[in-house]
Design a protein around this ligand. Structure first.
Ligand code: ZN
Length: 145
């Protein structure tokens, strides 16, 4: 491929989310190493992704809180196709947070091997600074003491 770039510096090449007014507190939290999600005051359910109306009952009585960052693997796939920012094989997972919401994310710190990955595996968040002003959430297995 003839692409001219002076990339002697390794740069994150993956997709960068575009924060919106609704999601800005989530991204601000990640930069501060806090996982901010929303909970509905009307029905009490926590949810993700951020939005101003509760997806469960349509209430707008929603507020932010700091989640524990702990959860478990709900489902996963091992991708064998590299894409910008992700060298195959890598793990795409849906993590169910202890507070209830499910997040699409990537698993890190674990072999992308179906022999070692399993659903319900306990995981916790790791914060990856992908650029100077963008931090994204990944999850890694909780090491059993
Ligand atoms: Zn609700």
């Amino acid at each position: 491929m003839a692409s001219s770039s002076d990339s002697s510096v390794t740069q994150y090449a993956g997709p960068l989310p575009q924060p919106t007014p609704e999601t800005q507190p989530f991204f601000d939290g990640l930069r501060e190493r806090r996982l901010m999600v929303q909970r509905c005051g009307a029905c009490g359910q926590a949810y993700y992704y951020p939005r101003p109306i509760c997806p469960h009952c349509n209430s707008n009585d929603v507020h932010w809180f700091e989640a524990s960052g702990k959860g478990s693997v709900y489902s996963f796939v091992i991708s064998h196709r590299s894409r910008p920012g992700f060298e195959a094989p890598y793990v795409i997972a849906v993590v169910e947070l202890d507070e209830g919401p499910r997040m699409m994310t990537n698993l890190v710190g674990v072999e992308p091997d179906p022999e070692v990955l399993r659903c319900d595996m306990p995981v916790e968040i790791v914060y990856e600074d992908v650029t100077s002003d963008m931090t994204l959430p990944r999850f890694k297995p909780v090491v059993q003491a």
